[in-house]
Design a protein around this ligand. Structure first.
Ligand code: ADP
Length: 284
């Protein structure tokens, strides 16, 4: 079982020819909403990849909350530990222009209220095989979850995004750190060297995994027709932890294929592939 401790947002996406300058109003071409947030996206990806997943996080008491919870339920993610708090759910306001360039404002909302974990949260974490976290929740909650997991023998996987300095008590609990090339550079080799398993995603070039013995293995993604790379990193992370019990090498191959397949479809959570789709891609 995988427990995800993370964020859940409503993505509000407006497409426009040109992003507005300060003080300017432009007309948009289209608008869509959909569930997002790295925590929710990765939980849905892990469930699609075949894991039993439960989600620890928070939604608000607004109209978005129902839809956000339903997105997890539809993916068969257990939401018993998804809190409903007063105030707005997290949102990401996204403006995409013709060239595909975007500007994004994330308002944490309910996510920012997850400062402490309940006893139920902590026992779910202790009972899980893997805990997967990102850094879109308050750092204190992530650290508390990771430390509980480590002391209970639960594998701790962290996707440290958005990048911020990692406190020692968090870093010391991490078994698997999942970063892209930009994050790897920002975090720096001296910190990266401290985690037992370091996974670096390399976009179209796949991903590498450096194990506790210091050896590095590489996985190449299947050749795909890229439509939208949004959600590729989340599909990768969710699939990696869902497959971790198969061994690091197999998990890396599956995650790499899942990331590639996610680029063939639009959307964030909506683009994560099923276990069967990953199986098929690996057989090709
Ligand atoms: P992020 O989106 O978090 O920056 P990456 O761009 O490294 O992460 O992508 C994550 C994973 O998604 C890669 O390891 C790879 O498996 C897959 N992927 C991303 N872009 C492509 C692409 N253009 N072609 C094939 N696979 C891709």
């Amino acid at each position: 079982r995988v427990t995800v401790l993370g964020s859940i947002n409503m993505d509000l996406v407006a497409a426009t020819a040109r992003r507005p300058a300060p003080g300017e109003t432009v007309l948009g071409a289209s608008f869509s909403t959909g569930p997002g947030g790295k925590g929710s996206n990765q939980a849905i990806a892990a469930a699609r990849a075949g894991a039993a997943v439960n989600f620890v996080g928070a939604v608000g008491d607004d109209a978005f909350a129902l839809e956000l919870r339903q997105a997890l339920v539809d993916a068969e993610v257990d939401t018993a530990l998804l809190r409903e708090v007063e105030g707005p759910s997290g949102v990401a306001v996204i403006v995409v222009d013709e060239s595909g360039e975007n500007s994004i404002i994330v308002v944490g909302g309910a996510n920012s209220t997850v400062r402490d974990l309940t006893d139920l949260d902590l026992s779910a974490i202790a009972d899980a095989d893997v805990l997967l976290c990102q850094l879109e929740l308050p750092l204190g909650a992530v650290t508390a979850g990771a430390r509980r997991a480590k002391s209970a023998g639960t594998t701790v996987a962290l996707n440290p995004s958005p990048v911020q300095p990692l406190p020692d008590d968090l870093l010391d609990a991490v078994d698997v750190l999942i970063v892209n090339e930009t994050e790897a550079e920002q975090i720096g080799e001296s910190v990266l060297a401290r985690v037992p398993h370091l996974v670096v995603t390399l976009g179209a070039r796949g991903a590498t995994l450096r194990g506790p013995d210091g050896r590095t293995q590489h996985a190449s993604p299947p050749v795909v027709e890229v439509v939208d790379t949004t959600g590729a990193g989340d599909a990768f992370a969710g699939t990696l932890v869902a497959s971790w019990h198969l061994g690091a090498a197999a998990a890396l191959d599956r995650a790499c294929a899942a990331g590639a397949l996610a680029t063939t479809r639009g959307g964030a959570a909506a683009s994560a592939p099923t276990r069967a789709a990953v199986d098929a891609a690996l057989r090709r």
